[in-house]
Design a protein around this ligand. Sequence first.
Ligand code: 13P
Length: 258
Amino acid sequence: MRKIIIAGNWKMYKTISEAIELANGLKRELSSLDYAAVDVVLCPPYTALSEVSEVLSGTEIKLGAQDVYWEDEGAFTGEVSCPMLKDAGCTYVIIGHSERRQFFSETNETVNKKLKAILKHGLIPIVCVGETLAERERNETFKVLENQVKKSLAEISQSDIVKVIIAYEPVWAIGTGRTATPAQAEETQKYIRDLLSAVYNKTISESIRIQYGGSVKPENTTELMKQPDVDGALVGGASLKILSFADIIKQAGKVSKG
Ligand code: 13P
């Protein structure tokens, strides 16, 4: 049984005071909810990590970062390391987001280096993969995903791979309001799981959580979470609003996965 995981990727939104307000609001809203069946993660920008960590202390809500650099320390201006993220209170780290691939030269090879560092430091990686609209229209979705999954997850042992969370985020669904249909999400995520089964084995592939991301909102959460191979959501825009993110968690909590 895979526990549903709902993570909010705040992207480059929220000053420190705004982040504290949003985290406090969510904490308040969730305090009256039974969300024990769902792992909840907030990923604010780096500048707000410590403060949001303080807000979340004593709750079951976990903190995540939106990226990391693979070295522990050194002359790498502008970068942040795994030990620094742990120090700030993080448990999770998103890597390979399509916005990083598109705007900041992230490649499968750099994602793989980051993944190894994250696992070495005992953090939990959320590895993003997903095809562009042009790739989907050329019927290259599976080929693109095979390449991203195999290269991003290269040389990861059986005991480590089960700690990895994969987020399938079709680029054409991110921030566009155009969600993948539940059938599209299921078809693609089943493909990813089958791929993991071929690379590792069925038991391992069945234990790995695969999130869907791309215009997730309260109205489409239930149908997406009901899909057998959809084990959670990576939420952008709707995670910036207290009530919509809380509602997504509420809907997800009602879907029990076997
Ligand atoms: P939206 O939910 O705003 O489409 O963003 C998805 C995303 O990129 C989460 O990482």
